[in-house]
Design a protein around this ligand. Structure first.
Ligand SMILES: Cc1cc2nc3c(=O)[nH]c(=O)nc-3n(C[C@H](O)[C@H](O)[C@H](O)COP(=O)(O)OP(=O)(O)OC[C@H]3O[C@@H](n4cnc5c(N)ncnc54)[C@H](O)[C@@H]3O)c2cc1C
Length: 243
């Protein structure tokens, strides 16, 4: 029996697994010959929060409802290492490390919000990078006594067109200056000025998932893996990357 393993149950991983299952079905190949297995740390697929949702639970889809009907096996666990030479993925599952052999691997672990080492950011900065992050921000906003004031901090590369649009909405924009520190009452900027805010949401850039760094082959400055037109990781047999 051969095995296609998909890492990550985001948009890329979910569609890879479902697409593989559909193709195998079209070819009349059953799970006794080829099994599709998806590894995801959560029980759900998370649709990125857009910030207009009142009920954040509506942004999650239980993976079993979409994978079970098409015969995709699911492993809830954390992918911790990939050995492309031995074609093995290491997965932490219920506190135990297990090895998963693959014949084809789809790497779809997504990206992460990049949080630079700015003092106070980890403690006081909110984000909407994950479902849990969005929940935390929502709870905080609901906990504010008065109308919430959201301090929107943009990186120096913020484009003028965004600034104009925000200006029209009455959102104050500061560009061309870096954040020096974040505290419970707002943001200190490198030019010595401050933005007072009861809420700071950090949205200043993404980096590819850290596990990709361990794979052979070229990466760009954001850690993204180079693939060919068929999403094959260049120079690594039977490994695909998507997302
Ligand atoms: C606020 C916001 C709005 C957006 N709006 C749009 C839009 O309107 N249209 C659009 O096309 N795109 C939009 N995007 C972008 C889109 O959401 C992303 O491009 C997409 O989610 C990327 O999918 P992905 O599968 O590559 O990664 P992800 O969605 O990040 O999925 C990765 C999955 O891997 C899992 N995972 C990570 N590490 C591990 C591990 N070690 N072990 C096991 N599982 C792991 C994660 O839990 C996650 O489920 C938006 C993004 C944001 C942040």
């Amino acid at each position: 029996m051969k095995r296609i393993v998909v890492l990550g149950g985001g948009f890329a991983g979910l569609w890879s697994a479902i697409g593989a299952a559909r193709r195998l079905d079209e070819e009349g190949i059953g799970p006794d010959r080829v099994r599709v297995t998806l590894v995801e740390r959560n029980d759900f697929h998370a649709i990125r929060v857009r910030n207009y949702e009142d009920d954040l639970d509506a942004t999650t889809v239980p993976l079993s409802t979409v994978l079970d009907p098409v015969g995709v096996e699911r492993i809830r666990g954390e992918a911790t290492a990939i050995d492309a030479d031995r074609r093995i993925v290491q997965v932490r599952r219920e506190g135990e490390e297990v090895e998963l052999r693959y014949d084809r691997l789809v790497y779809a672990l997504g990206s992460r919000l990049w949080r630079p080492p700015i003092p106070g950011l980890g403690e006081h900065g909110f984000d909407i990078d994950t479902y849990e992050g969005a929940k935390r921000l929502q709870a905080h906003l609901r906990g504010l006594a008065a109308t919430p004031v959201i301090g929107s901090v943009m990186g120096e590369e913020a484009r003028a067109v965004i600034a104009e649009a925000l200006d029209a909405l009455g959102v104050k924009v500061r560009t061309g200056v870096r954040v020096a520190a974040v505290d419970s009452e707002g943001v200190a900027l490198e030019d010595g000025s401050r933005i007072d805010a009861s809420t700071v949401v950090w949205c200043a850039g993404m980096r590819a998932h850290a596990l990709g760094a361990s794979l052979p082959g070229a990466k760009d400055e954001l850690g993204r893996i180079e693939v060919d037109a068929f999403m094959r990781v260049r120079g690594v047999p039977d490994l695909f990357a998507a997302g």
